[in-house]
Design a protein around this ligand. Structure first.
Ligand SMILES: NC(=O)c1ccc[n+]([C@@H]2O[C@H](COP(=O)([O-])OP(=O)(O)OC[C@H]3O[C@@H](n4cnc5c(N)ncnc54)[C@H](OP(=O)(O)O)[C@@H]3O)[C@@H](O)[C@H]2O)c1
Length: 279
C-alpha cells in the first residue's frame, strides 16, 4: 500500500485512453491503494467507458473536459498514431501536470513540444502488466525533476518491475527486448507445444507439459546461475538433451533470436524517426 496514493484527491490521476494497457495500470494503482474516485479516464468508446466504470469504479468521460484540469498526473495511453491529436484536444484543459506517456516510439522531445511542458516521462511497459508482472523501462525528459521521476516510477511499479534508461534511444532497445519480449516467449511456447504434439501428446496435455516445463525452468533460473551453466547441467554427453540441442544449434536459433531483437530495435528506431518527422 502506497501512502501517497491513498491521500490522492478526486480526479488527480487522469488517463487519456482506456484500452487494455490503461486498464492494467489503473487496476495496479487501485490495488496499490489509489481510491477509484481519484482516477478519471477519457476514452471516446462508450463500451470502454462502461466497462471501466463498472469494473473499477473510476470516473469516465468521452471527450476530454474540465475534469482534466484537476489532474496532477496525466497518463497518455492511446495509440502513437493518435497521440498528437489527443494532446491537441486536451491542451485547453491541461494545467501543469506530470505527463507519463506509454505510447511506443514518440520521443520525450516531441512530447515536451506538443505539451509545452518539461514534466514528461516515457514508459515502455509490456503486456505482462495485465497480470501485474510487467517489465517496464522508463526515461525522462532531461528537465524532468527527481520528484516527477519518483511519481512516475511509483505509478508504473504498480504493474511490475521498473528500470530507468538514459535516453529515448535506449528505450528503443527496451522495446525490442522486454516490450516485444512476451511475443518471443509465446512464439517459443507455440512451437514447443507443436513439437510435443508431433511426438504424440494431445493438444491439452502438450500445453500443460510445455507450460509446467517452462515454469519450472524459469523458477530454477532464479538461482542466479548463468543460463549456460544451467543448460550444461542437464546436458549429458551423448544423451537425449544433447541430441536435441544439436538440432537447435544447427538451425541457428540463438542467431535467429539475436536477429529478431535487432530487427525490433531497428523498427522501433524507424517508428521514432517517422513520428519525429510528422511533428
Ligand atoms: N499492448 C502492449 O503490450 C503495449 C506495451 C507497451 C506500450 N503500449 C502502448 O500503450 C498504448 C495503448 O495501448 P493499448 O494496447 O492499451 O491500446 P488500445 O487498447 O487500442 O487502447 C487505446 C484506447 O484509446 C482510445 N482513444 C483513441 N483516441 C483517443 C483520444 N483522442 N482520447 C482518448 N482516448 C482515445 C481508443 O479508442 P478507439 O479504439 O475507439 O480508437 C482505445 O480505447 C499504445 O500507445 C501502445 O503503443 C502497449
Amino acid at each position: 500500500m502506497n501512502s501517497e496514493f491513498s491521500k490522492a484527491q478526486a480526479g488527480s490521476y487522469a488517463f487519456i485512453g482506456g484500452g487494455q494497457m490503461a486498464t492494467a495500470l489503473i487496476s495496479g494503482l487501485i490495488r496499490a491503494g489509489l481510491p477509484p474516485r481519484a482516477i478519471v479516464v477519457f476514452d471516446p468508446d462508450a463500451a470502454q467507458q462502461e466497462r471501466l466504470h463498472a469494473s473499477l469504479g473510476v470516473d469516465v468521460g468521452g471527450r476530454v473536459d474540465d475534469r482534466l484540469a484537476g489532474a496532477e498526473v496525466v497518463v497518455w495511453a492511446v495509440k502513437p498514431q493518435v497521440l498528437r491529436q489527443a494532446v491537441q484536444q486536451a491542451s485547453a484543459h491541461l494545467r501543469a501536470p506530470l505527463h507519463i506517456s506509454i505510447a511506443a516510439g514518440i520521443r520525450c522531445v516531441e512530447l515536451s513540444g506538443w505539451l509545452a511542458s518539461a514534466r514528461v516521462i516515457r514508459a515502455m511497459p509490456n503486456t505482462s502488466a495485465l497480470v501485474g508482472a510487467s517489465v517496464t523501462g522508463l526515461t525522462a525528459a532531461p528537465e524532468a525533476a527527481a520528484a516527477d521521476r519518483r511519481v512516475a516510477q511509483d505509478v508504473l511499479a504498480t504493474t511490475g518491475h521498473c528500470f530507468w534508461v538514459e535516453s529515448d534511444e535506449r528505450l528503443n532497445a527496451v522495446t525490442a527486448v522486454s516490450g516485444s519480449g512476451p511475443a518471443y516467449v509465446f512464439h517459443f511456447l507455440e512451437a514447443f507445444q507443436a513439437a510435443a504434439q508431433a511426438v504424440g501428446f494431445d493438444e491439452v496435455t502438450a500445453r500443460e507439459l510445455v507450460l509446467k516445463t517452462v515454469a519450472g525452468a524459469v523458477q530454477q533460473a532464479q538461482s542466479g546461475d548463468p543460463f549456460g551453466t544451467l543448460r550444461e547441467r542437464v546436458t549429458s554427453r551423448h544423451g537425449t538433451t544433447e541430441a536435441a540441442l544439436a538440432q537447435l544449434d544447427a538451425a541457428r536459433t540463438a542467431q535467429a533470436l539475436k536477429d529478431a531483437v535487432a530487427a525490433a530495435c531497428t523498427r522501433a528506431e524507424a517508428l521514432s524517426t517517422e513520428f519525429a518527422q510528422q511533428a
